[in-house]
Design a protein around this ligand. Sequence first.
Ligand SMILES: [Zn+2]
Length: 746
Amino acid sequence: MKLRISPLVVLCLAGMTSAQAGREASTVTNLLPNPGFEEAADAGPAGWTYDGPAARRAETWPDSGAHGGTRSIRFAAKTDHQRWESDLVPVRGGEPYRLEWWTELSGTIPWHWTTHTGLVGVRVTFYDVAGDRCGVFERRMRSIGTTDWAKAWVRFAPPAEATSCAVALVCEADIETDGVASFDDVSLAPIADRPAAPEGWGVLRGVIHVDGSDAPGDARVVVTAADGKRYAPAESYPFLDGTFHALAEPFEVALPPGPATVVVVHGFEYGVWRDTVDIRAGQATEIAPRLVRRWSMPAAGWYGGDAHVHLFFHRFSVHPQMVPATVMDIGRAEGLQWLSFKGEEKEAREFIEHGTPWRFPPTRSPEFIGEAGIEAVGDFHGHTYTVNARAIPSDGFPMKLIPWPMNFDMARDLAPRNGAIVYAHPYGGLQPDSVIAGMANPELLLIGREWPVDLALGQTPCFDLLRPESRNILGAELQDYYRMLNVGFRSGLSACTDAYVDQARTLPGAARTYAHAGELTWDALGAAHRRGATFVTNGPLVWFSVNGAQPGDDVSLARGGKVDVALRAVSNWGVIRAEIIVNGDVAGTVMPRADGEIRDTVSVTMPASGWIALRVFGPRPSDMPSRRRPRAGQGESGQLGQNQGRAAQRQGQTGQFAQRQGESGQFAHTSPVYVMVGGRPIRPDPDAARYFASWMDAYRTAVLTRADLFHNPNGTWSDEVKQQILDRIARAKAVYEQKAREGARR
Ligand SMILES: [Zn+2]
C-alpha cells in the first residue's frame, strides 16, 4: 500500500473504513522524512535517530512484517527505554496538525502497557526559533493488542512559539513483558491540508444540530453510499459496522457518486434523522440534520446511562490511541446522560483520591456527567461494577481471582456514600435449565453467585438484566429475579453494555439503565440504584407508576384493594406490547394505540402486599446496525399470541417469550413498585425461598471444591477467610430457610 513519491509526499488513504482498504485516494503533504522507514542510512531508517540500548538497535528495524513495504519500527517491551525520533520538521505554532500512524500491538501479560511501562506511543517535541524546547505532546497507546495493523491518529496544535518539531515513536518498559509495539507509515500534516476526494468522487459535509443549538452537536452517523458500503471521516472512530460519531464538529467524508443514505441517531429520546442525498463527482453535498427531542426522561427525573464501559483489557483494538475522554464523547453522542467508565484500578484510585481528573463536567451538553469507577473482577463470587464509588473499599479492589473481599464488603463500604454495586451479566455462561448446577461448578467464574447472599445479609445490589449480546438466558434471569422479589428482597434492575469502545464492536448505551435520580448527580444516581428506582431498556422509553409511586417506591394500602397502574411506552423504533407483571405473573397486556404509543391506566387488585412491574417489547430496530441479527424464524407479530390463562403464563412460557423478544428485538423492564398492604411485608413464596437455600448449598460446594481459590499465584488466604465466606453463605441460607417457613405458615 505504500507508494512513495518523494521523501515528503506519500499517497495515503483518505479516511476510509476498512471496506475501502486498497483504494488509493489523493495526496497530502507529509512533513515527516522517510515515513515508511524503507530508506536506509547508517543501518537504520534515514531521517530517524535511535535512542536506547545499542545492542538492541538492529532488532527495532526489522525487514519483515511491515504494514507497507518491508521495513517498520518494532519494539519488544523489555526492561528498556527505546525510541526512534524524526529529524526536525517545520511547523507553524497554533495551527492544528494531524499525526497518523499504523500500529500493531501484541502481548498477553494483562495491562502491562500501563502498569509496568512508561510511554508506549508517540511523543512530539516542539522547539522555538532559537532551538529551545517549548512543549511536548504525547499519546499513550494503552491497548495490549490490536487486530492486525490498526490506523491511529491524533490532533494537536504546536505552542504559539514553536517553529519545528520532532516526532518520536516510543516504548518505555520497566519490566520484561511479552508486549511488542510496531509502527509504520507515519504521517504528519496540517489539518488544513485535507486530502481531496478521489477522482470521480464527491464529498458529503455535515453538521449536526441538537435541540436547536447552532453549535455542532454529538450523534451517531451512518452513511451508506451508492455502492452499498459505509464510509466514515478520517478523523473519526468508525465502528466495525461502518457507523461513526460526529463529536461536536462538522464532518466530511468522501463518497462515490450516486444516492447516499444518511441516518443520524442521538439516543432513545431524540427522533432519528434520515435522508437520501445525491453525491456528485467533484462536488460537495452539505447536510445539517436538526435533531429534535421527542421525549424527555429528565423532565420526569429519569436519567439514562451505562456504568460498564471499557477500553483495552481484551485486545482486538481497532482504535489503540483512544482515551477515556473520547469514550465519554461517544457516550454523549449516544444520548447517554451519564457514563461510568471502568478502567484500571489505577484510574479508579486516581479518580477517587484526587477527584477531578476523571470528572467529566457538563461541557457541550448540560445533560451529561461521567466518572471512572471500579469493576471488581475477583469473579468467583460474581462480577460486579460500581456506580458512584467514592471510597476505596477497606480490603481493596478484588482485581484478580481472589476470594476476599467479597462483593458484600464493597457494597457495605459504598452504601453510606450513596455508592451502589451491580452484578454484571450475572448468568453469563450459565445454561438456562441448570442455574443451580452452574453455581456449584467452581470453574464457572463471573456468574452472580453472591447476589442472594448480599440481599439476605442486608445489601441491595442491582441485577443486570440486559446487555446487547445476551445469550439464551434472559428467561432464566427473569424467572430468578421474580423469585427473589417473591421472597421479599429488593434488588433493582440494571443494564449495561460492557463495551470495549476501542474494539468498535458494541456501542456504549446499546443497553442502558434509566435511574429515577431526580437530579443528575452521582450521589443521586447511586442512591437510585440502591433503592431500585430504575428501568432497563435497549430502545423503549417507559413511564410507569402505581397510585403515583414509581419504580423503587412503596405504595401503602390500609387493606387489600385496587391500585391504579399508569403506564406509557414509546420508541423511535416502535413498541408492540406491554405486560404488567404482578408478583411474577402477567396480570395484563396492553397493545399500542393508533399513534403507536402504548398508553393506559389499568386497575389491578392487590389483596396482599406484593410488587408490580412493567415490561415492554418492540420490533428489532432496522436502522441500529450494531444490533445482532434475529435468528431465522424470530418474527415479531406471529409470536405475540393471545393472553393466555394466568397459570399457563407463569414463568416458563412468558419467560420464553420475553427471552425471544429480548434477544431479537427491543425490550424494556422496570424495577418494581412495592405495594404494602396493612404495613405487612410480602409473604415469602416458600418455593422461591427454598430455591435460594439450595443455591446457597451450591455456592458452598463451589467454595469447597475450587482448590486453588485460597492458594493461587495471586496470593494465599487463611482458613479464617474461608470460614468467613462459608459463614456468610450459611447465614444467608438460614435467612432463606426462615423465609420458606414463614411463607408456608402464613
Ligand atoms: Zn467489564
